[in-house]
Write a protein that binds this ligand. Structure first.
Ligand SMILES: [Zn+2]
Length: 65
């Protein structure tokens, strides 16, 4: 079972480093892993400052497939 969160569902109209719609998906075995992965992505790619943990958790889903 994998937990995941899509960048686009967190930041509407998020653009990646090349200016295209961001399709980044953070994955992990637990919520903490997803939060850590996505926080790094948001900081490095989108220069998002501040604590996004609550937002990330709200968008985190489980992939049962
Ligand atoms: Zn992104």
């Amino acid at each position: 079972m994998v937990r995941f969160a899509r960048c686009n569902s967190l930041l509407s109209l998020a653009l990646d480093a090349s200016g295209k719609g961001c399709r980044y998906v953070a994955k992990g075995a637990s919520d903490d892993d997803v939060v850590k992965d996505m926080s790094e992505h948001l900081t490095t790619v989108h220069q998002v400052a501040g604590d996004m943990k609550a937002n990330i958790l709200a968008s985190t889903k489980t992939n049962n497939g």
